[in-house]
Structures are given as structure tokens and as C-alpha cells.
Ligand binder design. Structure first.
Ligand code: NDP
Ligand code: 13P
Length: 334
């Protein structure tokens, strides 16, 4: 990768993670076209150089970042495209684009969710819809909340790709004063475990909302790691060290951090909120809500023992009582 001319990047999404990634990338020699659907937010950024709706303290450098609301304009001439909208909205965000718009680009998913109507990983969906080869696809993972990036707290990212050179290129783009990014050759394992840790964070929040303590939560998270391993090994068998920060680290930060959207959503459910009232209370999306339905459906073919995922599914989709469901789960944990 040449560093004398700016690296041309498209960012898709105007939410908190997209804003945080723009902040990281802007530390390097880049030229970013930033697509968001909201014209009001885009105009505000052009005038005031910050995103008024998400992480409003982050300054946007107008010399490096150009905002636009037509997605095809954002794709023109870029080398890298980063997808950073929740999975449920990625097809809306890319509507109107075709295979030609993706040709020759490296497509990077920063999304930790499943395409709900297809029960598909985002990278599989992008490959199907736009013919992008595996070697030109990567994912951004690791324990990293947008809010801490905004505060320049030291953070770590892992870039997964089947092509390690592609992962290393993306890792260089995302390494800066306060972020260290490393490549890893396990795109599907990383992507699945990033999706599944959101389901576990929901469970963690639900138990906190009900009133379980630290002792129970530690056992829940330990059992969750084994549940993630069983599922990922069944769906994509490959040698992987699940104690690495892309897997265990991301599970820990999401299950424990008050910044986690999934944990917060789960806490509200545990306290007795309905799904609608919990969604209304939060201005942001908890991916685990959609993901648990997809993972539950995929697991019908694999029959992996997944008591935590099943409990969350029953609470969110089968109207099971959180208290009763967690009482049943209690007896299944060791
Ligand atoms: N936030 C974080 O710390 C991290 C998030 N992620 C992942 O990043 C992804 C994005 O999450 P995040 O930025 O937090 O989400 P936010 O809730 O902060 O933002 C959601 C974004 O989606 C947009 N959106 C909503 N509905 C639609 C639609 N129908 N069509 C197109 N866009 C739509 C919103 O636009 P509008 O404002 O106009 O409604 C907004 O830009 C998720 O997969 C998440 O798991 C990964 C790591 C860290
Ligand atoms: O993936 C994340 C941190 O690594 C963000 O998780 P939440 O969406 O639960 O905030």
C-alpha cells in the first residue's frame, strides 16, 4: 500500500461506530467519502464539523472527510469501503448499487450482526449480492466501544480476512496514536463470535436487571465462552485461539461495559420493560436482538447445545418470563 497519496475510503453509516472509525482513520493519510442517510446530519457536519446525533464531541476534519447522502457518489474511486450500519439496514443503505460499484475494492464489514431476513453473515451476503471475492473482504473486530474511541482511550482492533495481506493493509489504516490493530486469518470465526457475544451481553444485562450478582455473571460469561466455541467450531471448524482479544476480549467488554448497547437493552428487559419500550428508551441499535433469531434458526441444522442463546431467544421471541427463563438457565450452568 502506497502512503504518499491519501488512501481513498468510503464509510457507509452515520452512527456512533462510523463516527468513531472516521476519527481513527483521520489520524492517518486518508481521503474519506462518508455516506449517511440523514441530510440534516450531513449538512450539520459540513457546517459545524461534528456529528450532532452521535459522538458529538468528535471533531471531523473537513480536509480529510467529505460527507454525502448519495451512496453511489461515496463509492466512486474508493479503494476501501467500510460498512458500519446495523446489519438490519445494510441492504437499505446499499440499495441501488450493483456489482460494478464493488469491482476492485476491498470491502470491510465493521458490523457485528446478521442479515435478519437471510440469517446470513454480512460478508456472505455481500459476496452473494455483489460478487466480491473472499480475498477482498475483511471484518473489523475486537473489544472497542465507540465512546472510548471518542475519548482516545487506548484500544485494540483485530482485522479478520481470509487474505492475511488484505487484513494487514486494513490493520495499518486503523492503527493510530490510541488504537493498535492486528491481522488474523479467521474471518468467519471472528464474525460469528462478534455476533454471538451480543447475545451473551443481552443475557448478562437481563440477569443484572433481574438482580443477579457478580458471582453469577462470571459463571454466565465462562459458560458463554464454551457455548460460542461449540457453535463456531460446528459452523466453521478451524484451529482458533478463542482466548484472543477478538473473541474473549470482545465478549468481556460487551458483557461488562455500561457502554454496551446490548447489555443496556438486556438490563431494561430484565427490569420488566417490554421490547418496544426498551427499544424506544435507547437511541441506538442492539444487534443481539436480531441476531438471536438468526443464530437460533441456524442452530436448527447443527443442534449445538446453546442454553444461553436459547434462554435469550425464549425471552425475546417466545414471550417467556425473564425471571422464569433465567431460573431454568441457572440449573444448566456449571
Ligand atoms: N457502537 C459501537 O461501539 C460499536 C458498534 N459496532 C457495530 O457497528 C454497527 C453500527 O452500530 P452503531 O454505529 O453503534 O449504531 P448506531 O445505533 O449508533 O447508529 C445506527 C445507524 O444506522 C442508521 N440507520 C438506521 N436505520 C437505517 C436504515 N433503515 N437505513 C440506513 N441506515 C439506517 C442510523 O441512521 P439515522 O441516524 O439516520 O437513524 C445510524 O446512522 C453495528 O453492527 C454494531 O454492532 C461494532 C463495534 C463497536
Ligand atoms: O461490539 C462492541 C464493542 O466491542 C459494541 O457492543 P454494543 O453494540 O453492545 O455496544
Amino acid at each position: 500500500m502506497k502512503h504518499d497519496s491519501p488512501v481513498r475510503i468510503t464509510m457507509v453509516g452515520g452512527g456512533s461506530w462510523a463516527t468513531a472509525l472516521i476519527k481513527i482513520l483521520s489520524e492517518n493519510n486518508v481521503s474519506i467519502k462518508w455516506w449517511m442517510r440523514s441530510k440534516t446530519d450531513a449538512n450539520h457536519i459540513k457546517t459545524f464539523h461534528h456529528n450532532k446525533s452521535y459522538l458529538s464531541d468528535v471533531q471531523i476534519n473537513p480536509r480529510k472527510v467529505k460527507v454525502c447522502t448519495r451512496v453511489r457518489d461515496a463509492f466512486r474511486e474508493s479503494e476501501y469501503v467500510i460498512l458500519a450500519v446495523p446489519a438490519a439496514f445494510v441492504s437499505d443503505a446499499l440499495a441501488g448499487l450493483d456489482t460494478r460499484d464493488f469491482t476492485g475494492k476491498c470491502i470491510i464489514s465493521a458490523i457485528k450482526g446478521m442479515i435478519p431476513e437471510k440469517n446470513q453473515l454480512v460478508t456472505d451476503w455481500v459476496a452473494d449480492q455483489f460478487g466480491v471475492p473472499n480475498s477482498r473482504m475483511a471484518v473489523i473486530a475486537g473489544p472497542c466501544h465507540a465512546e472510548e474511541v471518542a475519548l482516545e482511550k487506548q484500544s485494540y482492533l483485530t482485522i479478520g480476512s481470509t487474505d492475511l495481506e488484505c487484513a494487514a493493509e486494513v490493520a495499518r489504516l486503523l492503527t493510530c496514536r490510541f488504537v493498535q490493530a492486528s491481522p488474523l486469518a479467521d474471518i468467519y470465526g471472528i464474525e460469528y463470535s462478534a455476533v454471538m457475544k451480543n447475545i451473551i451481553a443481552l443475557a448478562s444485562g437481563i440477569t443484572r436487571g433481574i438482580g443477579y450478582g457478580d458471582n453469577f455473571q462470571a459463571v454466565l460469561v465462562s459458560n458463554a465462552m464454551q457455548e460460542i466455541k461449540r457453535f463456531v467450531d460446528a459452523v466453521y471448524p478451524q484451529h482458533r485461539d478463542l482466548s484472543a482479544s477478538a473473541y474473549l476480549g470482545d465478549l468481556l467488554v460487551t458483557a461488562y461495559s455500561p457502554f454496551s448497547r446490548n447489555r443496556t437493552f438486556g438490563t431494561l428487559i430484565g427490569r420488566g420493560y417490554t421490547i418496544q419500550s426498551a427499544q424506544a428508551e435507547m437511541n441506538m441499535i442492539a444487534e443481539g436482538y436480531y441476531a438471536v433469531k438468526s443464530i437460533h434458526a441456524i442452530n436448527r441444522q447443527h443442534n449445538v447445545d446453546m442454553p444461553i442463546t436459547d434462554a435469550v431467544y425464549n425471552i425475546l421471541y417466545e414471550r417467556a418470563s425473564p425471571v422464569a427463563e433465567m431460573k431454568i438457565l441457572q440449573g444448566k450452568l456449571t
